[in-house]
Design a protein around this ligand. Structure first.
Ligand code: EPU
Length: 438
């Protein structure tokens, strides 16, 4: 198992390029089940979650390979399989996104019911409600969601839930509805850029979708979809992680391949907390610290609100701001696994219900910490970059699920960070110390 050894104190400077968005790519890959023709997804990041989705597609009869330009090319070899097994689904919740396209194309789907995760109960009731509304029979049997639809007339459905709209449910219903016999209206649709990106890909395949980017999607079913080539959107969460890192380390970083229009809430918060943000052309921002870190309250919301996937990273800024900040999770009330690890670095954070009350401290000090999930791991790396001394972040396989070579990107910006084997402790600590002297 790998870990990161991080020596704090370096100011990040330079340019970094974001990868395409994992959370866009995974449903796009699932959407390739909707056609018999090859598809080509450009610039797909090498992530363990992408590898996991490739395995699931293979089980479902779609082979994929990376070409020399880094595009993922998919090809249908068998349209008989209908089942996504527990062994694969339990390793990645996003596997549920094969349910909609399997149902739409093969009219039967059997997908293992995803379990809970470290940030609490994550139901799929809205996915099932939506698929029923467009004409499918959906049951839970033996730990599987079984959906069948000899005919799929389409229908009207409201997909808002207690925590707002659901990205995954919107995507699943959309992917089934594009091949329905009739028209579907999805109200309360998620407006996240990853949903819009999926709409763009489906349209390139021949789907008829209106209202893209709005909470009302209107889908007129078509008889078949063709293959398509598509460039997924840049990863707004990775970009936001670098924004937080630049402000945190008193750095100066130009973040390329990012869509500032997808990042407004995070950029706004970065400025409120002491950063300066300048747009550099269409697809880049320059971020630096302008004044001492100021406290700020953060409420996570559905898009275009502040994303839950950046909550942990921005909490690191709160831990060092002069004053008290409150973070309230409106999407996943229990997504606070990073609090106890940040406390090991000296942060003062108290959890109260769905909120975390953060009293800023003058400094963090390095310690061994344990990554619990993808974004919490990113937060721990950020904390390590600014903490005094050495921080070892264990279980970085979590971060490899969604960030491509993150340690190399931070190192290229001047961060002192190395990947090491868990049993290779001394060598790694010495290597970081040597790099520091150099
Ligand atoms: N929800 C329901 N019922 C449902 C589905 C969702 O009540 O049927 C609730 C969830 O429990 C949650 C809220 O609705 O409280 C939002 O969940 P959503 O369905 O939008 O999340 P998701 O599609 O499962 C995606 C991302 C997550 C990201 C969320 C919210 C992917 C693969 N995952 O998950 O990304 O946090 O949207 O933006 O796209 C991550 O990248 O670290 C990550 C967890």
């Amino acid at each position: 198992m790998d870990k990161f050894v991080v020596e704090g104190g370096a100011r990040l400077r330079g340019e970094v390029r974001c990868a395409t968005a994992k959370n866009a790519v995974l449903p796009l890959m699932a959407a390739t089940l909707l056609t018999e023709e090859p598809c080509r997804l450009l610039d797909v990041p090498r992530l363990s979650d992408v590898e996991m989705m490739r395995r699931i597609l293979r089980v479902l009869g779609v082979e994929s390979e990376f070409d020399a330009e880094g595009a993922l090319c998919t090809r249908l070899v068998d349209d008989a399989p209908r089942e996504a097994p527990w062994e694969l689904v339990r390793k990645m919740r996003a596997s549920i996104s094969v349910l909609g396209p399997l149902l739409g194309k093969r009219r039967t789907a059997r997908v293992s019911f995803p379990g809970g995760c470290v940030f609490g109960h994550r139901p799929i009731d809205l996915h099932m409600k939506g698929l029923r509304a467009i004409g499918a029979e959906v049951e839970v049997r033996g730990g599987f969601v079984e959906a069948t639809a000899p005919s799929l007339p389409g229908g009207e459905v409201f997909l808002g839930g207690p925590f707002g709209s659901s990205v995954g449910a919107t995507q699943n219903v959309l992917m089934a509805a594009v091949l329905a016999e009739g028209t579907t209206v999805i109200d309360g649709a998620a407006c996240e850029p990853e949903v819009t990106d999926l709409c763009r890909f489906l349209r390139a395949m021949g789907a008829e979708i209106g209202g893209m980017g709005s909470p009302r999607l209107v889908v007129r079913g078509v008889a078949r979809l063709s293959g398509a080539e598509h460039r997924p959107i840049p990863d707004r969460i990775e970009a936001g992680t670098f924004v937080a890192a630049a402000v945190l380390t008193d750095g100066e970083v130009t973040i390329r391949n990012c869509r500032p229009d997808h990042l407004r809430a995070a950029l706004d918060k970065a400025v409120e907390m002491g950063g300066e943000v300048r747009r550099v052309g269409e697809d880049a921002v320059f971020v630096r610290r302008q004044r001492p870190l100021a406290p700020a309250d953060i409420d996570t919301h559905v898009y275009p609100g502040f994303p839950t996937d950046m909550q942990a990273q921005f909490m690191v800024l709160q831990t060092l701001a002069h004053g008290v900040s409150v973070t309230t999770e409106k999407i996943y009330p229990d997504r606070f696994m990073h609090i106890s690890e940040l406390a090991r670095l000296g942060a003062h954070v108290r959890k109260e219900g769905p909120s975390a009350i953060v009293s800023g401290v003058p400094k963090l000090s390095g310690a061994p910490v344990m990554a619990s999930d993808l974004r919490a791991s990113a937060a721990l790396v950020l904390a390590g970059l600014v903490a005094e001394g050495t921080t070892q972040v264990h279980r970085v396989y979590h971060i490899d699920r969604g960030y491509e070579r993150i340690e190399e990107k931070f190192a290229a910006l001047g961060g002192r960070i190395l990947r090491a084997k868990d049993d290779d402790e001394n060598a790694a600590v010495e290597a970081v110390a040597a790099a520091q002297k150099a």
